[in-house]
Design a protein around this ligand. Structure first.
Ligand SMILES: Cc1cc2nc3c(=O)[nH]c(=O)nc-3n(C[C@H](O)[C@H](O)[C@H](O)COP(=O)(O)OP(=O)(O)OC[C@H]3O[C@@H](n4cnc5c(N)ncnc54)[C@H](O)[C@@H]3O)c2cc1C
Length: 370
């Protein structure tokens, strides 16, 4: 059951506040708990795992259960099988309960700043400010949908969705649909829409789809065994190639389902879309599956970012003392944005936090007037 909004602590500066109670925040919480830290995990949702529940109804994880366990608790069930998103969300909820992690729900942090005394202030709507010595940003590997300016060129009669608010084919008006983007989500959504709709998919760069299993093991198992996902090639904020073995439908499978495979989408006008080969389609709906965007503006700490607004860090440790990250893609290795990587990263990051475990606490008030 969703939890009600809980009262926030008012009496002291918290040693560590973790923003986000997804896999990244919970993994950080596990190590903070074991370190005996004074900490709090806050999340704007009313339930742990909600990000997974909010994703499209048919989502099945591409990673097998054997690699979806967080520190201290393997994921139950067939190790080589892939769980539904709701099953993984339930696992996260059980995880938070099992380790009695202090999660405060319904707490949306609108702004994080640092005061002259070095403490962090977290601004929460209709609530007093929280003060903390350290903050771990675990607010989502892929927090926002990327939407192109072209979306404004469509007629208002064209229904527009993105992978964050698309739930299932029933919500999509009848008539031709364009799925813009052929990543894992775009392909899966195109495949399920094909049963009820005429579907076009606009593709992007060529992708290598590896087989799901090899010599009786999942491809993920092999990649993990050979350390591919532990490789550190840390160059902050540079795009990298991800090797993703996946069960998502290949081009041929989609074409067999009746999906019309198209090259890159280049323009839209009213309800007509044009592709890079000059072909056109008349559509009723579009599902944007173009990837994700990170908005860093609400972390109001200029020294934490480069001029383009990207976070600066070395393996999850910001140059700004007291600021840390878990769950940023590639923050330490190729698995940092995947479930299998957050435990390693969280352990490393928590080890870098100057915890005030046995020492006296600062006397500054925890809560400032909002
Ligand atoms: C469609 C999709 C499928 C994926 N499938 C896989 C897969 O199969 N295997 C895999 O390993 N990875 C997968 N990933 C990648 C990654 O594991 C997920 O994105 C995962 O949800 C990231 O976990 P997280 O804890 O870092 O962030 P999230 O799960 O996004 O959790 C972040 C939490 O922070 C909270 N939050 C955000 N902003 C605020 C704020 N301002 N104030 C308070 N709380 C806030 C949110 O409510 C949320 O609960 C997938 C990603 C997507 C998008």
């Amino acid at each position: 059951m969703p939890k009600p909004v809980e009262a926030l602590p008012r009496s002291k500066v918290i040693d560590v506040v973790v923003i986000g109670a997804g896999q990244s925040g919970l993994a950080a919480g596990y190590y903070l708990k074991h370190a005996g830290a004074d900490f709090l995990i806050v999340d704007r949702e009313r339930r742990v795992g909600q990000m997974w529940r909010n994703r499209y109804d048919s989502l099945i994880l591409i990673t097998p259960r054997e690699l979806n366990g967080l520190p201290g608790m393997p994921m139950p069930g067939d190790p080589a099988g892939r769980p539904a998103a709701s099953e993984f969300a339930d696992y996260l909820e059980t995880y938070a309960k099992t380790f009695d992690l202090p999660v405060k729900y319904g707490v949306r942090v609108d702004r994080v700043t640092q005061t002259a005394d070095g403490f962090y202030t977290l601004v929460i709507p209709n609530n007093p400010i929280i003060r903390a010595r350290n903050v771990i940003l675990a607010f989502g590997t892929y927090p926002g949908a990327a939407l192109p300016p072209m979306r404004k060129d469509f007629s208002p009669k064209v229904a527009q969705f993105h992978t964050y608010n698309y739930a299932n084919p029933k919500n999509v008006p009848s008539g031709p649909v364009l799925v813009a983007g052929d990543g894992a989500a775009g392909r899966e959504i195109a495949a399920e829409l094909a049963a009820t709709h005429e579907v076009f998919i606009a593709s992007g760069r060529p992708r290598v789809v590896l087989p799901e299993r090899f010599l009786g093991k999942t491809m993920w198992w092999w990649l993990e065994k050979f350390g591919i996902y532990k490789v550190r090639k840390f160059k902050p904020n540079r795009p990298r190639i991800d090797f993703i073995p996946t069960s998502v439908p290949e081009k041929e499978a989609l074409v067999d389902l009746g999906v019309k495979w198209k090259p890159r989408l280049i323009s839209a006008s009213g309800n007509i879309v044009t592709f890079s080969d000059g072909s056109q389609a008349t559509i009723r709906s579009v599902v944007w599956a173009l990837g994700h965007l990170l908005d860093t503006r609400w972390i109001d700490i200029p020294a934490a970012k480069d001029p383009a607004g990207h976070f600066l860090m070395d393996q999850g440790v910001s140059p700004v003392p007291g600021l840390f990250f878990v769950g940023r893609p590639h923050q330490a290795s190729a698995s940092s944005g995947l479930i299998m990587g957050v435990g390693r990263d969280a352990e490393h990051v928590v080890g870098k936090i100057p915890l005030h475990i046995a020492s006296g606490r600062e006397t500054a008030p925890a809560v400032l007037a909002s």
